[in-house]
Design a protein around this ligand. Structure first.
Ligand SMILES: [Zn+2]
Length: 84
């Protein structure tokens, strides 16, 4: 697979508005308040949901949170524990 060099990418994108940065900033702000539904820890890593990497209405990758303390996997928006 070939990839484009950064200068070509910049040239292709320079006439398009940046719609991803504001979405990512809003998501980061939301995630600062997310706590593990099982142990209330605020330490987590993101794991892209391989079964649904993108969902309708959201341009950012769909991910779940893996708790850094108890290890459970949960949905950051639903609060549902997917793996205990
Ligand atoms: Zn936890």
């Amino acid at each position: 697979m070939n990839s484009l060099d950064p200068a070509t990418i910049d040239n292709l994108l320079k006439h398009h508005p940046d719609v991803l940065t504001p979405l990512a900033q809003k998501e980061e702000e939301y995630l600062r308040g997310v706590r593990c539904p099982q142990c209330r820890s605020d330490i987590f890593s993101r794991q892209v949901d391989a079964t649904r990497p993108f969902v309708s209405g959201n341009s950012l990758p769909n991910f779940n949170c893996k708790c850094g303390d108890c290890g459970c996997l949960y949905g950051p928006y639903s609060g549902l524990i997917l793996e205990g």
